[in-house]
Design a protein around this ligand. Structure first.
Ligand code: DI6
Ligand code: FE
Length: 405
């Protein structure tokens, strides 16, 4: 068959079904263009593919391409000074109240040109790609004015012109109340955030709508107004909820059929039940938990009990999670949240795809996109077990294989 090739001699973690790696020993994958045509045991490869060029992977492990389903990689400036403040004893919330935190990144992001935003994000994106990431979600939310929110989304879209990666953009205008609207969150939503959402949607810049439901950000009632506009525009929603305290954002997000509810350290069993009913994914962000030295662990046992799919993501941002490694995120998910390595791997493949509403990736199966990662390990648990070691051998992106040099 024309333009078709076969990867063979690999151990496949297909991630096909909940609760298992879906391992295939001595597997083969037939790829045509950017699509997986067939996968299974090498011995069962249909004759149709016998004459196709074939690459032997010598027993390496193949997983779906990694998906980082929650990032803020587009921003200006850095927050190393705040890191020092926190080491001297200030809490994340105290730093935010003292004019640091999200608002300080807003100042730097507003001062950055579109080109500077792209240039600044590329090294972070490259770090993710170097560990097998093929799809990355990028949020706005450090502009908090019309022009800068639009520029952040334009910069995010442009990343995909500079690198071979799929970018999904999320509008996060309801991330913080900007200084000039201090104490007037509703006015900020009505006058800036919601009109900007409409403008961004009109420019084709928005794949989903997010918000930060927290004591230092927006109430559930305020987020509901943002979700109303998202619904009117036909956009899916997701929410940063119950990260630092319980505010009821999860319940709201579940009622609105959110793709995902993210952080969720302070979520309750009732929240887990609501998420199971709405099919919302719990996106766990151990990098933020670690950085702010949170002690409340998300209710993983309740998510398991009620069948809430769990994803893992870097939450890469300059304040609470300056993390650009999904491999380290796997390790943290297991060590800090007690996920199994299988749950962790599902969290950056199958369930991460679901958190982005993407059905065409996140598993190795016929008809799906040929986004794969080839690893120099034999057991999938090795991906989560090591700390600071990158065993990526090659990335297959839309069917194109690049061996790492
Ligand atoms: N939760 C977070 O962890 C990030 N945003 C959010 O809503 C923090 C963003 C920052 O500190 O810059
Ligand atoms: Fe976040």
């Amino acid at each position: 068959m024309r333009d078709t090739y076969v990867l063979s001699g690999a151990r496949l973690a297909t991630m096909e079904a909940e609760g298992s790696y879906g391992l295939v020993e001595d597997g083969a994958i037939a790829i045509q263009g950017d699509e997986i045509l067939w996968c299974g045991a090498r011995g069962a490869l249909p004759d149709t593919y016998a004459a196709c060029p074939s690459t032997d992977l010598n027993g390496r492990l193949v997983t779906p391409g990694f998906i980082d389903c929650h990032t803020h990689i587009v921003f200006g400036g850095d927050r190393a000074g705040e890191f020092e403040m926190r080491l001297e004893g200030a809490s994340y919330e105290e730093v935010a109240k003292a004019g640091g935190g999200i608002v300080s990144t807003v100042t730097a992001t507003r001062a950055a040109s579109l080109d500077a935003l792209v240039t600044g994000a590329l090294p972070r994106l490259d770090a993710l790609i170097a560990e097998g990431v093929s799809t990355v979600e990028v949020k706005s939310g450090y502009g908090l004015d019309r022009e800068t929110e639009l520029n952040m989304l334009r910069a995010a879209r442009r990343l995909a012109e500079h690198r071979d990666v799929t970018v999904k953009t999320t509008f996060l205008g309801a991330h913080a109340v900007p200084a000039d609207y201090a104490g007037r969150a509703d006015a900020y939503l009505d006058e800036v955030c919601l009109p900007t959402l409409r403008a961004a949607h009109a420019e084709g810049l928005v794949d989903a709508v997010d918000g930060f439901c927290e004591g230092i950000a927006f109430s559930a009632a305020q987020i509901a107004k943002v979700f109303d506009v998202a619904a009117e525009l036909g956009l899916p929603v997701k929410l940063h909820a119950e990260q630092l305290s319980h505010q009821g954002g999860t319940k709201l997000a579940a009622e609105r059929g959110a793709l995902s509810v993210d952080h969720v350290e302070y979520a309750t069993e009732a929240d887990a039940r609501a998420m199971a009913a709405s099919g919302s994914v719990a996106v766990l962000l151990p990098g933020a938990f670690y950085t702010i030295r949170e002690t409340q662990v998300p209710p993983v046992a309740e998510f398991r009990m009620h069948g809430v799919p769990m994803a893992l993501a870097t939450d890469c941002n300059p304040g609470s999670s300056p993390l650009t490694s999904l491999l380290l995120t796997l390790n943290m998910g297991c060590t800090l949240f007690r996920l199994t390595p299988e749950e962790a791997l599902a969290g950056v493949t199958r369930n991460a795809a679901r958190a982005l509403g993407m059905q065409d990736r996140g598993r190795i199966a016929p008809g799906l996109r040929a986004d794969l990662a080839v690893w120099d390990v034999s057991r999938p648990a090795e991906l989560a077990y090591r700390i600071g070691f990158n065993p990526l051998y090659a990335r297959v992106m839309g069917g194109k294989m690049e061996v790492r040099t």
